[in-house]
Design a protein around this ligand. Structure first.
Ligand code: HEM
Length: 180
């Protein structure tokens, strides 16, 4: 996975729990990079999972909860880091409906080796957005966090329902309705 996903996780853990915990995590997970992640590097996806599993054991939150918190945090970082994606006067639904055909393809142009999920839009009207997530990395909880972060960014409210479409969690349906 892209280095930014690692550097920002470490930053967030430091902000919330302090540097000592970051240090402990790195001591325990012992990543091949020795934890000196750079935003332009590329690191194994499993390493991210290992860091989250260890963190989960220390802070009394499930890996899924941590992924959601982290996704919500990361959206703000993306919004600052990629202002070109926010130039059109968009609302949260239109932005989310464009991840598959606009945003992630641009990400892929910048980083041809990016490991991205697929989203399929089943309904998009003024009240409801239904999108199916699929990825063998099974990071739908992270997607939930990014979706929440997106509503924060646009200062809109929504309720998000998540339904597994298979046992493994590789395919998940998001049903998003406007309003809290
Ligand atoms: C400006 C907005 C966005 C940018 C720049 C962006 C970019 C990226 C990047 C760089 C990665 C990591 C790829 C890798 O490590 O190889 C990623 C992964 C991912 N993105 Fe986006 N993204 C954006 C918005 C979103 C939103 C709103 C969602 C949710 C609907 C989303 C869902 C995901 C998921 C779930 C992954 C993890 C990989 C997987 O599940 O297979 N992204 N994105």
């Amino acid at each position: 996975m892209r280095g930014i996903v690692f550097t920002e996780l470490m930053e967030m853990v430091e902000q919330i729990y302090g540097y000592e915990l970051v240090d402990e995590l790195l001591q325990e997970v012992r990543p091949a990079s020795k934890g000196s992640y750079t935003s332009v590097g590329n690191y194994p996806h499993q390493e991210l999972v290992n860091l989250l599993i260890r963190l989960s054991g220390k802070v009394d939150k499930s890996v899924e909860e941590l992924m959601t918190i982290y996704g919500q945090h990361l959206f703000q970082v993306f919004a600052k880091g990629y202002p070109a994606f926010f130039e059109d006067d968009l609302d949260a639904f239109t932005f989310l409906a464009g991840i598959e055909n606009k945003i992630h393809p641009e990400v892929r142009k910048l980083y041809p080796d990016a490991e991205l999920p697929r989203f399929n839009i089943l309904n998009h009207d003024s009240k409801e957005l239904i999108m199916d997530y699929s990825s063998e990395r099974r990071m739908s909880s992270f997607a939930l966090g990014l979706i929440n972060g997106c509503f924060d960014h646009f200062n809109e409210r929504a309720t998000v329902k998540m339904d597994k479409l298979d046992e493994s969690g590789a395919r998940v349906r998001f049903t998003i309705n406007r309003g809290a």
